[in-house]
Design a protein around this ligand. Sequence first.
Ligand code: SF4
Length: 481
Amino acid sequence: MEPTLTSNEIHELGNRVMATPRLAEAYRSSTLRLYDHRLKAIAEVPGFDALRDRARELKREVITHLDYYVEQFATNFERLGGKVHWAADAREACEAVLGVARECGARQVVKAKSMVSEEIELNHALEAAGIRPVESDLGEYIVQLAHETPAHIVAPAIHKTRGDVSDLFQRYVDPQRAEEPEALTAIARRALRAVFNEASMGVSGANFAVAEAGTIVTAENEGNIRFSTTAPRVHVALVGIEKLIPRFQDLAIFLRLLGRSGTGQKLTSYTSILTGPRRPGEDGPEQMHAILIDNGRTRALADEKMREALYCIRCGACLNACPVYRKIGGHAYGWVYSGPIGALITPEFTGLAQARELPFASSLCGACREVCPVRINIPDLLLHLRARAQETLPAPKPPGSPVRERTAMRLWAWLMSSPRRYAWSARIARIGQRLAARSGWIGSSRLFPVSAWTHGRDLPALAARSFRQRWKNVESKGEDK
Ligand code: SF4
């Protein structure tokens, strides 16, 4: 299934956010708040880094032997009475969900927050088949009413203000306008309660899938996932195959990392451990289905370097830490996954040509690597993708750059690609700067074409003698004179 936006429009979409003060402030303040919460939460845990090392090692183990763990999970899930469906791509995943929905006669489906359902565009597929999907996570519900995709992995409506939500609720849910968060939440709660009671099928994602037990684990704060997965007669879990963990005993490690890294919570408010459909005397769904989804994951697996991106537990910490995401927001990434992890997995899941620009949308400052609970070396993988893009795809036209800038860049590349040309150009620049340099600095607006740069900051002047000249001295006299 093709993404509805191209991720190569990142410049244009990012500029739109930066030019809208309300949006820019929403992203800035929310990400900083989450970032701050994380810092406080991890400071309370002695040995937090050791926990991260262990989690990384476990994910490495699973991803390296993914074939074994996927089979183990499927066998155990079916042993408990569930049904496993295999989906190579988004179309097959949607078909599998539609097949279950038709079988159980569902006209309405209640959905728990699931990034993989956004990835496969399940809502579109359900609507096209005449089945009404209703998001039950408050943020997702808001985003669905606004006909948008999530702007953040764990906070889908991070870009919406209270006023935006009031407008949406008044227009689509309850004509009686409400302003206060409590009143707005109550409106959503009333509307969703009816859906929980009526829907014959619930669809969720999976934060983790425990291979040794055939168990789906979900983590949340609102209770809507528990409701969506237990009240309807049928529960369908969408599971990206990288969500596996080996054993139950490993779960505690990941749960301790997930809440703290994402929102600064010790644990999310609800953790549900779903092991098969209901047995006699129990509550819960009569049927449980797991759709095991590839959709580009094995492509990442085939690249020994990129497979590290599959360690991700979707905590969202790298988004909150990223100076680029904070500025341009989630929708600028053009697809459902945003921020540093989006820049890695979108090219893998959709194809590099579709998302060629994303690996370049990073300052490589390393803030994402610092916060990642499974220590994914995101900057390193971004560089790897950049190299792949340069090697395998035609060079893109620099977005919006005028002819003058492109010509200057070509001239620069020509000069830099020959030691002789480089030496001559440095010599000429050294003569030219005599007019503008004072005490080792080129000050404000003195010299075109660098005047645009020096308008806001000083530029260090070129040294009087080049490194080559000094090196010659060192070699001939044994010292730098
Ligand atoms: S890459 Fe790391 S920090 Fe970013 S969402 Fe995934 S696990 Fe969290």
